[in-house]
Design a protein around this ligand. Structure first.
Ligand code: ADP
Length: 257
């Protein structure tokens, strides 16, 4: 069986106006269930807890303090799983929630427990839905407990389960020779085999290695994947059906291998 990890970002789950993209989530559930039914093993890494929490609590803007963000994330995580469960059950697919912290990297015993759980879930035909445990991961700069962001988390999970492929769904078609929002001449890379200083430059600000999101964070994830036998594809998650095309070998997004 082919083992695939999919990472989906907040921008694919929540519209800019704060409403939840139920059509996108439903399509994701449909695609992932179909892949599982084809015999593949699927792991989903999903962001979105704070965004869904803001929606549920009718908050206009992201809370200012970290405890407030953690509280909203705790509300949102439950609601996010509620939505996933509902959508996946439409296709008779079981899911499980797995919340992780950085100790899976630091402590072999924790890592072993995580691997055992994920292996068992996959064996049972269940799709694990993974997110960072925001209650325990205290602070954006706390590298002891925090992964940095879900880009790193998804790469670590791919390593843990020895995934064949990490599909990272973002709000952009792939990796360009500059930020397309600022540089309209930027061109899309179809494949990257080594992350050279030039490539880091194209990603812009390299100073915030542990910042959340951005292309630097995606390159950090890609770099981790390049040290393994796995590959990573960065693609646009607006239409989750794109996953079918990627697995069919069509040239979509940027392949890191
Ligand atoms: P997500 O929320 O999906 O994780 P991010 O917002 O963190 O995505 O990162 C995607 C954004 O990175 C793009 O929308 C684009 O504006 C910006 N970006 C900066 N440099 C590049 C680049 N070289 N190629 C593509 N996108 C880039």
């Amino acid at each position: 069986a082919q083992r695939i990890v999919i990472k989906i970002g907040t921008s694919s789950l929540i519209y800019p106006n704060g409403n939840i993209n139920l059509a996108g989530i439903d399509q994701l559930a449909f695609v992932l269930t179909d892949l599982k039914n084809q015999g593949k093993e699927i792991v989903l890494v999903s962001s979105g807890a704070i965004g869904v929490g803001m929606n549920k609590l009718h908050l206009e803007s992201r809370p200012a303090t970290i405890p407030a963000q953690q509280a909203v994330a705790a509300v949102g995580q439950a609601e996010l799983m509620n939505i996933y469960n509902q959508r996946f059950l439409t296709y008779s697919q079981q899911t499980a929630q797995v919340l992780l912290t950085r100790d899976i990297v630091e402590f072999p015993e924790s890592r072993k427990n995580v691997v055992n759980t994920l292996e068992q879930l996959l064996q049972m035909g269940i799709i694990p839905i993974i997110n960072e445990n925001d209650t325990v991961a205290i602070d954006e700069l706390d590298h002891q407990t925090k992964f940095g962001d879900n880009d790193q988390l998804s790469a670590i999970v791919t390593q843990l389960v020895k995934g064949d492929l990490l599909i990272m769904l973002s709000d952009i078609d792939g990796f360009y020779s500059g930020n397309p929002a600022k540089n309209k001449n930027a061109i899309l890379f179809h494949a990257i085999h080594e992350i050279t200083p030039q490539i880091w430059d194209y990603a812009g600000d390299k100073g915030s290695k542990f910042g959340t999101g951005g292309m630097v964070s995606k390159l950090n994830a890609a770099q981790r994947i390049l040290t393994t036998d796995s590959a990573m594809v960065l693609a646009n998650g607006q239409q989750p059906q794109v996953i079918f095309d990627i697995l069919a070998g069509k040239q979509i997004g940027t392949l890191f291998c």
